[in-house]
Design a protein around this ligand. Structure first.
Ligand code: COA
Length: 322
């Protein structure tokens, strides 16, 4: 059987950093409220002329370098994002071209904050069937461009960035199990009211902003993330205590603490980047993975569980031996 394994990771964060103290000057909020209610202390924000594909290209270069791969080695590109540069062509084709990756399937995939987990799951399947051998998988988001900067309920939560991995065919796992899901009944709790076939005329006006029922999202997120994590472990016959690391979606430190508690995992085994990045949507998990790989916490051979939850709702987990 063919397995898949991550052989390199990379990340890119925009240069501009916005702290909670900066936000205090923009909306009625305090550093103390943001830190205690969300865990966020600062976030990176794209420049006006910076796009999601710009960030993808930089993150991808680092991942390819870490994996010892050149663009010619890559035979598929999959990018999870809610904020592609254009409605079409899809963002993966832009990134493929800019990196000089030879013609191959290039898939742009939208699953809100679960985008990277969906993309990694898809890449794993293509590798298992033998249809791909070396996939560039990216989660990236320029979500601050969707924010209403006068809405304190949402503008304090989010940040921009991109995280990339190279997923390669391998004789040993690698990825042990992927579980993804969605339930569209929750549309009204978290959405952006502009698209290509509906309300397009509003795009770019202050009428369009992220709509979120924070408290309700919080509750469903905690129970769903707990379930999807337990299911991943059960399916693999692995006990919580065997896990080396949990790399959760970085939306809110309180959601992460509640999920870790449900799993019986001490916070020492949880990778936390929400304080530095905020909620970067599809980029959050691969950014946290790269931080932990490069600072030496996540080591080859360790058992890692990644999980995410986002608008839709969508959710998913990937259990792997790094
Ligand atoms: N600064 C100061 N006060 C703020 C604020 C801010 N930035 N944002 C909201 N408030 C106020 C609210 O207006 C409310 O005031 P009120 O009681 O006078 O109405 C009060 O703080 C408490 O709001 P509440 O909604 O109860 O706070 P909370 O503890 O639920 O935290 C969230 C709010 C958004 C941080 C939290 O619900 C959350 O993280 N939800 C999940 C969001 C998420 O993860 N979304 C993405 C999913 S992928």
């Amino acid at each position: 059987m063919i397995h898949s394994k991550i052989s390199g990771t990379g990340r890119y964060l925009p240069e501009r950093v916005l702290t909670n103290f900066d936000l205090e000057k923009m909306v009625e909020t305090t550093d103390e409220w943001i830190r205690t209610r969300t865990g966020v202390e600062r976030r990176h924000v794209c420049a006006d002329d910076e796009t999601t594909s710009d960030m993808c290209v930089e993150a991808a270069k680092h991942a390819m370098e870490a994996a010892g791969k050149t663009p010619a080695d890559v035979d598929m590109v999959i990018i999870g994002t809610t904020t592609p540069d254009l409605i079409f062509p899809n963002i993966a084709t832009l990134v493929q071209h800019r990196l000089g990756i030879p013609a191959c399937p290039a898939i742009g995939l939208e699953a809100a904050c679960t985008g990277f987990i969906y993309a990694l799951t898809t890449a794993d399947k293509y590798i298992q069937t033998g249809d791909a051998k070396c996939v560039l998988v990216i989660g990236a988001e320029c979500i601050t461009k969707l924010l209403d900067w006068s809405d304190r309920n949402t503008c304090v939560l989010f940040g921009d960035g991109a995280g990339a991995v190279i997923l390669e065919a391998s004789e040993e796992p690698g990825i042990i199990g992927c579980h993804i899901g969605a339930d569209g009944q929750y549309l009204d709790l978290l959405y952006y009211p502009v698209g290509a076939s509906k309300e397009l005329q509003k795009a770019g006006t202050d009428e369009a902003a992220i709509m979120m029922a924070g408290k309700e999202v919080f509750k469903v997120a905690v129970s769903t993330l707990g379930d999807v994590a337990s299911r991943a472990l059960e399916a693999a016959g692995i006990e919580q205590s065997e896990l080396d690391w949990l790399i959760p979606h970085q939306a809110n430190v309180r959601i992460i603490q509640a999920t870790a508690k449900r799993l019986g995992l001490p916070m020492e085994k949880v990778i936390l980047t929400v304080q530095d990045h905020g909620n970067t949507s599809a980029a959050s998990v691969p950014l946290a993975l790269d931080v932990a790989v490069r600072d030496g916490r996540v080591k080859p051979g360790q058992l890692v569980l990644m999980e995410a939850f986002g608008g839709g709702f969508t959710w998913g987990s990937v259990l792997m031996r790094f």
